[in-house]
Every structure is written in C-alpha cells, then in structure tokens.
Write a protein that binds this ligand. Structure first.
Ligand code: FEO
Length: 395
C-alpha cells in the first residue's frame, strides 16, 4: 500500500527518497540524501506533474495506479527535462500509452532526444490554462531555472505552485513532507547549499521568475526536491530574492591551499586579526579537505573572501585551482577579496589568484601577502593590514 499524502483534495504528493546516491549530478555530495517529488492531480481529468529518477519508475507507476484506482492518466506535465525528474517518463508512457505530454517548445526536442518519444505531445503557450474539470493547471516558463525549458505549473483553484527545481532542497524526507512537519534546522543549510550549488549561476533568471510569478496567490509551493512550502513561504521567497541578487551577510571565508602548513599559518593569522577587527563570522577552510560544494555555500553566505595558496610547480596548488574554477563557473558576484600565499622560489599561487580576481571582477581590498618560505614579521604585518582593510570594506 502506498502513502496517500494530499496537498489538497485529491492532489497527491508522490515522493522518493534517495539516500544511496553519493553525488547529485555526480558532483555534489548528498550527506543527507535527496528527494524527488512528483504530484498527481485527480479530477474529471487526471494529471501527473513531473516524474522521478529512472530507478524509481516502477514504484512511481505502481503508486499512480493505486491512487487512480482504475482511472486512466490523461496528462503528464513535464516541467523540466533533467533526468532526475524526467527519468521515468518512458515507463509512465508505457503504462498509459494515450497520456498526453505537456511541455513548451523547448521541451519537445529534449523528450525526443533523451527518450525517443515523439507522439502525444501538446505544446503549451505562456500562461496557457488546461482545465481538468473542477480544477485547472496554468503554465509559466522560467528559463534557466534550471534549464532552458524549465517551467512551473500553477493550480489557481487550490493556489498551489508546482515549482520543480525552484525552491527545492537537498535532503531526503525524514517523514515530514510539509515545512511545518520537520526539524527545519536540519534542512536549512541543505536548502542554501542546493541553491548555491545548483541554481546560483542563474541569479538574473531567478529574479525574472520571481517577478513573473509575483502576482500569483500562492498558499503552497510544491518543488520537485525537498519540502513543500506552506507556512514558511515568505522565508523562501525572501531567501531567493536575496540570493539571486548575490547579497550576503557580514563575514569572511578564508580558503587556503597548503602542503606543509606554512600557508595555513598565514590563514590563521588573518582569521585572528579579522576577529580583532570585529568580524566574528569567520570561516577557515582547507581546500584540499573540503568538497567545493561546501566552500561555495560558505562563500555564498558571506561578503568577504580571502584566498591563499602555496605555489605548486610554478603554479597554484591544484585544490585551489579547482575551487577557483568552480567559483568562476558559478560566477558569484559582489564579493570583497583579499589574497595571500607563500612561495619557495618562483611563486605561482598568488599570481593565479590575482588572475582569478580579474576574471570574476571582485573588489580587491588590499595588496596581497606572499611570504617567502614561512611568514616573517613583515608578512604578518601585511596580514594585519589585509584583515583591517577587509573589515573596513564590510562596514
Ligand atoms: Fe532537479 Fe534541474 O533538476
């Protein structure tokens, strides 16, 4: 017997916890797992909104059949084609060969490309309404939140927004499905990490989506990952507005790359001097030991960033190169930057970070500190200056 969790009368959540997968998109760590949510609307007509990753397709079809209790499935709304949500389309179509797939003009070639499906596709226009009987579904595109074809589905009669990736989260469900059924603190950083890792690159597009959807009356936001927003809708809307503008809190993240600890010592000097300057939100992170997912998430929270590296074969320490490449890719904006490092003969670490600074166009608050072999008195004085300049820039 399957669970029957209703958002409203005969609008069901069909969600799957994935605690086996180590890496989301084969890249981002899933310490707390992840959930894939689909939704089923049963009215005079029936509609499934999104599916789940392929390994869950059998369970999804069984669940749909149980809830439909002999009725057919009339529509499958494809809000997004990334395979974590589209991965069970083929099995749903096999179970319901006459089901009509609903998507926009960018969805169609992806369905054919990923799954070879060309039949029974209905292309919708912006804000088009599909009646199911006593309830209806309305469709709004939100390009690049998260892919070009991404869209959301709105049920005006129930004031539910099926938002797909938008407003989603890492973290499998621990029994609670709605935001008032959970230990919110357990999820909170996973909500932020999902945004900073998956959605952050598209801040401008998130702003457009917020403006487009801003006029809708919304009582529930039902994403395809994580919890259903019901009592904390202002919280997540406020976060999305802030995050998509790349606004951040007062604080500093120091990320260092070190082989034998000389560069790490400089990081600790700067951290202490920052605290003495009144900055108490200071995080010191070893790039070689911390997955970039968590480093990006910390940098997303705080306005100040201090990057430091030893030299390595005339260049930068590889774990630092890796994190800088990710930061450039996501294109986080509006950060204050300071640079430090160490060299043993020709250097290379500090030079590479300076080049990175040009590429991301962050505001450099002071001259870099580059110690020869180990930090001496003069180097430490420069570090105190870096801390003061960073603290001043955050005031
Ligand atoms: Fe959760 Fe962009 O897929």
């Amino acid at each position: 017997m399957s669970l029957r969790v209703e958002l409203s009368r005969e609008i069901y959540w069909l969600g799957f916890n994935d605690r086996k997968k180590h890496l989301f998109e084969n890249h981002w760590p899933l310490d707390k797992g992840v959930a894939y949510n689909a939704y089923l609307v049963v009215d005079e007509k029936t509609a499934l909104i999104d599916t789940a990753e392929a390994p869950f397709s059998g369970d999804l079809v069984d669940w749909i059949k149980e809830l439909l209790n002999g009725k057919t499935l009339d529509y499958l709304v494809v809000n997004h084609m990334e395979p974590d949500h589209s991965g069970s389309i083929r099995e749903v179509v096999q179970a319901y060969p006459n089901v009509i797939l609903i998507g926009n003009k960018k969805t169609k070639p992806m369905i054919e490309g990923f799954y070879g499906i060309t039949e029974n596709f209905q292309e919708i226009e912006e804000a088009e309404v599909l009646s199911l009987g006593s309830r209806s579904l309305q469709f709004f595109t939100i390009p690049m939140v998260h892919w070009p074809e991404s869209m959301v589905t709105y049920c005006p009669e129930e004031k539910i927004l099926f938002s797909n990736d938008a407003f989603g989260s890492f973290g499998a469900h621990c029994g609670g499905i709605f935001d008032n059924e959970i230990d919110f603190a357990w999820y909170e950083d996973e909500i932020a990490r999902y945004y900073s890792n998956i959605v952050a690159k598209y801040g401008a597009q998130v702003q457009k989506a917020l403006q487009k959807l801003g006029g809708l009356a919304i009582e529930q936001i039902a994403p395809s990952h994580g919890i259903i927003w019901k009592t904390k809708i202002p919280y997540i809307l406020e976060k999305y507005d802030k995050w998509s503008k790349f606004e951040a809190d007062k604080g500093v993240v120091i990320v260092f790359g070190t082989m034998y600890g000389n560069t790490e010592k400089i990081a600790d000097y700067i951290a202490r001097f920052l605290v003495e300057e009144g900055i108490t939100n200071v995080k010191v992170i070893d790039a070689a030991k911390t997955h970039e997912s968590y480093i990006i998430n910390e940098i997303f929270k705080y306005k100040g960033v201090v990057l430091g590296s030893c030299a390595y074969n005339g260049g930068i320490f590889p774990p630092m190169a890796h994190i800088m490449s990710d930061l450039e890719h996501i294109n986080i904006r509006n950060r204050k930057l300071a640079i430090f490092g160490s060299s043993s003969w020709g250097g290379g670490g500090v030079r590479a970070i300076q080049k990175f600074a040009e590429n991301v166009d962050w505001d450099i608050v002071s001259e870099p500190s580059e110690a020869r072999h180990t930090a001496k008195y003069d180097d430490i004085c420069i570090c105190r200056g870096i801390a003061k300049a960073m603290a001043d820039s955050l005031k």
